[in-house]
Design a protein around this ligand. Structure first.
Ligand code: DC
Length: 226
């Protein structure tokens, strides 16, 4: 069977991971969450007490970082120097660290090989910011998922509350706006769509409708490819 590779890019909280997980299930693909890698570097930098915006400080730490992705029945787990940090990296604070370190070229270079390897193994749906442009420029389908910042903040807020965090919706909104700024204005791999990406705006769509819309786009693309 031919391998299928799907790239999903888009801003924070646009529902990339929810969509990717659903597509992985529907199409029997491995879901690779690349944000978890940047988050893990962010966690390492935080624990080291370094400034996440300082390229020199962060770069000096990279050779101590050992990252692995493993796949279990529960999905992807990320192992940082032998410790499963998959749950620890889901805080607002780590989001900001991840956003800062992801703008440092050495960090992107450091995480390139592991992502390229996952891409080469095939049968994947990967989400991130530069999947369609850098990691899998030859993906079968490239989706760019968008939704307005209010809708994204609301979803992120609900997700955080469900996990027991006590942020307010306003805090989450402010955070999303700040991260968007960071992620799209930087010089290295900004969150911009690939030329051949297909836009999907899900501000007004439910999860199920988003999955359905994406499945239609994918079916159409794969039909044309064959
Ligand atoms: O998707 P996420 O929120 O888990 O990503 C965390 C941060 O990592 C986000 O601010 C942008 C960055 N990131 C990136 O620069 N490139 C990727 N492929 C994935 C994430």
């Amino acid at each position: 069977m031919e391998k299928i590779r799907i790239a999903i890019d888009g801003p924070s909280g646009s529902g990339k991971s929810t969509l990717a997980k659903n597509l992985a299930r529907e199409l029997s693909l491995v879901y690779v969450d690349t944000g978890a890698l940047y988050r893990s570097v962010g966690l390492f930098v935080m624990r080291a007490g370094a400034d996440p915006k300082s390229a020199a400080q962060v770069t000096a730490l990279l050779d101590q970082i050992d990252l692995k992705l493993v796949y279990t029945d529960e999905g992807q787990r990320v192992i940082l120097c032998g410790e499963d940090v998959s749950d620890l990296i889901r805080t607002n604070e780590i989001s900001m660290y991840a956003s800062s370190v992801s703008a440092i070229p050495a960090v992107r270079k450091f995480l390139l090989a592991i992502q390229k390897k996952m891409a080469a193994d095939g049968n994947v749906v990967m989400d991130g910011r530069d999947i369609g442009t850098v990691i899998m420029p030859d993906a079968d389908v490239k989706l760019f998922l968008e939704s307005n910042s209010k809708a994204r903040a609301r979803r992120r807020y609900e997700e955080l509350v469900a996990k027991g965090h006590t942020y307010t919706e306003e805090e989450v909104y402010a955070d999303i706006v700040k991260r968007d700024e960071n992620d799209s204005n930087r010089e290295v791999a900004p969150a911009i769509p690939a030329e051949d990406a297909i836009f999907l705006d899900n501000s007004e769509l439910t999860r199920e409708e988003t999955v359905e819309a994406a499945m239609n786009i994918i079916a159409e693309k794969l039909k044309r490819k064959r």
